[in-house]
Design a binder for this molecule. Structure first.
Ligand code: AHM
Ligand code: MG
Length: 334
């Protein structure tokens, strides 16, 4: 019989990679795994109960919040609050950051940024959605955490990952020592190690972008798309276009098969659409750890200054050679 390793067992085993760790990060990752299972349960029965549809409130970006967005946000906040290892939560669904106070979190060292339900416009049509998380260690050693603790550059992340809720549910994460993927076994209710040491191919054949915005793309992006579509036997072009509209699902596929995901600046999103703190930075950290690359078209995502919680950025992320080529095309017009 094949013996599988659970997420919990794997986390404990990997704690040895951090000689000074006291298990706090491990407990934090465990808490995220617990919330993910609860969200998974609700996502799976979304068509059965009256939980799909809009909640009637708006988030900071003025987008209607779906009921499952609200539920997912509550589950992650609750798991992180009661877990006791997290002092600040930044969420796509909350205008301000949440400072967790109380006995259980009084010495908490970690700051967690989350997009609790990414790709939520896909919920009502039964298409993959996901959760993205990013973990930082606070820098200040006493008192209330400061904005400097919260607005750290992506390079300072100590862990990051995503959960994709789909035909099977997976949790994929990194602590800066490679990337590992776990598939939820519903029969035992555990995430089991299914994709150890994930590596993104250096080259790929898939490009993922919302071409509906083509007219408003920067010239460098238009040039790169033309490059993707032109026939060339040596480089195996034309490439294949695949776009789900759920960043987690699009990136998960490209991580496994090789590819590039682009969300550039557009007329309606002049700074890009995706959020730096809880979408771009965690995905950039994870994809770099898998051997890929992430850029805003000119600079490494992980080194961008972070000025506010809900800051947006353009993103070009995926197989290294593809991102390099896209950057080259961007540089012709800069
Ligand atoms: P969300 O966090 O509000 O769900 O938005 C993020 C999503 C990404 O998952 C996806 O890549 C993108 O928005 C899709 O946007 P568009 O519909 O403009 O292509
Ligand atoms: Mg979202």
């Amino acid at each position: 019989m094949k013996v599988t390793k659970t997420l919990g067992q794997f986390i404990i085993e990997k704690q040895a990679d951090f000689p000074y760790a006291k298990g706090e990060l491990s407990r934090l990752l465990r808490d995220i795994g617990i919330a993910a299972k609860l969200v998974n349960r609700e996502v799976n029965k979304a068509g059965l109960v009256d939980i799909i549809g809009e909640a009637g409130t708006e988030n900071i970006q003025g987008e209607n919040q779906k009921k499952l967005d609200v539920y997912a946000n509550e589950q992650f906040i609750s798991a992180l609050t009661y877990g006791g290892e997290c002092c600040i939560i930044v969420s796509e669904e909350n205008d301000e950051y949440l400072h967790i106070e109380g006995e259980v979190s009084k010495d908490a060292k970690y700051i967690v940024a989350i997009d609790p339900l990414d790709g939520s416009s896909n919920i009502d049509v039964n298409v993959n959605v996901g959760t993205i998380f990013s973990i930082y260690r606070r820098k200040s050693t006493s008192g209330k955490p400061t904005m400097d603790d919260i607005l750290q550059k992506g390079v300072e992340q100590v862990a990051a990952g995503y959960i994709t809720y789909g035909s099977s549910t997976m949790l994929v994460y990194t602590t800066g020592k490679g990337v590992n993927g776990f598939t939820l076994d519903p029969s035992i209710g555990e995430f089991c190690l299914s994709h150890p040491n994930m590596r993104i191919p250096q080259d790929g054949h898939i490009y993922s972008i919302n071409e509906g915005h083509y007219t408003h793309f920067p010239d460098g992006v238009k040039k790169y798309l033309k490059y993707c579509q032109v026939e060339d036997k040596v480089t195996n072009r034309p490439y294949t276009s695949r776009y789900i509209g759920s960043m987690v699902a699009d990136l998960h596929r490209n991580l496994i098969l090789g590819g590039i995901f682009i969300y550039p600046v557009t007329a309606s999103a002049p700074n890009g659409k995706l959020r730096l703190v809880y979408e771009c930075n965690p995905m950039a950290f994870l994809i770099e750890q898998a051997g890929g690359k992430a850029s805003n078209g000119y600079e490494r995502i992980l080194e961008l200054d972070v000025n506010h919680l809900h800051q947006r950025s353009a993103i070009f992320i995926g197989s290294e050679n593809m991102v390099n080529k896209a950057e080259e095309m961007m540089s012709f017009f800069s």
